[in-house]
Design a protein around this ligand. Sequence first.
Ligand code: TA6
Length: 302
Amino acid sequence: MNTESSVESLRRHEIAGRVEIVYGRGGLPLVKITTPWSTAEIYLHGAHVTHFQKNGEPPLIFLSAKSYFADGKGIRGGVPICFPWFGNRAGEPSHGFARITAWQLVKTSTAPDGTVTVQFALPQISGREAWKNLRTEFIVTVADTLTMELIATNDGCDEPLAIENCLHTYFHVGDIGAVSLTGLRDAPFNDFAAGDSGTRNVEHDAVLRVAKETNRVYPDNAATVEIHDENLQRKIRVEKFNSHSTVVWNPWTTQKLPDDFDPAEHQHMVCVESGNVKQNKISLAPGKASALKVILSSAPLK
Ligand code: TA6
């Protein structure tokens, strides 16, 4: 954990009634946000959004009751920032090193209407010389919606950088058996569930229901997805910008996960992830930037 991330040194970023910096779980620095419409929480560890809840509604974001909150470990739930790669790499952390790194808190601000914006920067990491030219920011805007923007810039002048990015958002649902996803009808996907290595498939049903282990990467897909939750009588909208991959995941009780997730928790979560992964990976030319943006909103189902 870098010295900048001790809470006392971060208190200058506090805004009365809007932004508070505290020690969160595992003693990790936590940014607590209150707006007229909502509350949110973001750990500097991974610049990880762990909570977003509109006043009078259940949380919109799922967080495992068994999550780790420790250096070197990803937080289970919330919005893991999968970066600068997605998935497994031999001898490397799954989904990249961004989510297990303490980000720097750069700036907090609030608008006259009470909207709060928090900016983070991924520090240079010793031993990661291959990424020395990568400058990465994460900007979170909290209001009655939650907007997250991951901006990667190649500060080098000769070599392109091959990156993947994905905001791996875990959504809270009342009961996965009463949930349907819209927006993916007729969209081809690669199936990675139950050890499948990515068989290409397509479905023509009007909505996607999750009734088993589900792990789908929809390539070349920028669809706005809605999560219709009959149990909570709520729909969550996932709007994406500069995202060419959609991932839908629920481990059910069959995918073996570390003990930071209780298999029974599968009933109360579904991941709808937005990014540029696998065949949609990005070649970031010298001097160029790529901004992935996601806007989360919710409304009554009827
Ligand atoms: O997004 C789906 C996925 O790639 C699954 O394969 C599963 O591994 C999930 O991410 C969680 O990965 P994690 O490394 O956080 O356990």
